[in-house]
Unconditional design. Structure first.
Length: 120
């Protein structure tokens, strides 16, 4: 299937990381999400109930970012993907990229990210 909805740059602060300071002081996380689903009926009928509400997806992503602390962005991406699949039945596959631009890396860098996919 090649029909996709993409939401890029969902931003929220969270306390994810392995260092104690990361668990105490929120830092920015940015999520890009790609949803694969059948959009034919939504396009034909011009009906929101036949697709996924982008705002609801974005709010869920922010909720997970702000939620309980995790050690790894891999786990954060996985948690987001699972929650999205469980919350929106029309989605057949989800691809999540979590960016951690303020990660504690000892050399200059622009971004670190993890991408994973989950299917129903």
């Amino acid at each position: 299937m090649s029909e996709k909805i993409r939401i890029s740059g969902i931003k929220a602060d969270g306390t994810h990381g392995v260092l104690e300071q990361e668990k105490l002081t929120p830092q920015p996380f940015i999520v890009d999400i790609e949803l694969e689903l059948d959009l034919e009926k939504a396009a034909e009928e011009d009906d929101l109930s036949e697709t996924v509400d982008y705002d609801a997806v974005a709010k869920l992503v922010v909720e997970v970012i702000k939620g309980p602390s995790l050690n790894l962005i891999e786990a954060l991406a996985d948690r987001i993907a699972i929650r999205v699949l469980h919350s929106f039945n029309l989605i057949e596959e989800v691809k999540v990229t979590v960016h951690k631009p303020k990660a504690p890396i000892s050399v200059p860098f622009d971004d670190v990210s993890v991408t994973l996919k989950k299917k129903r």
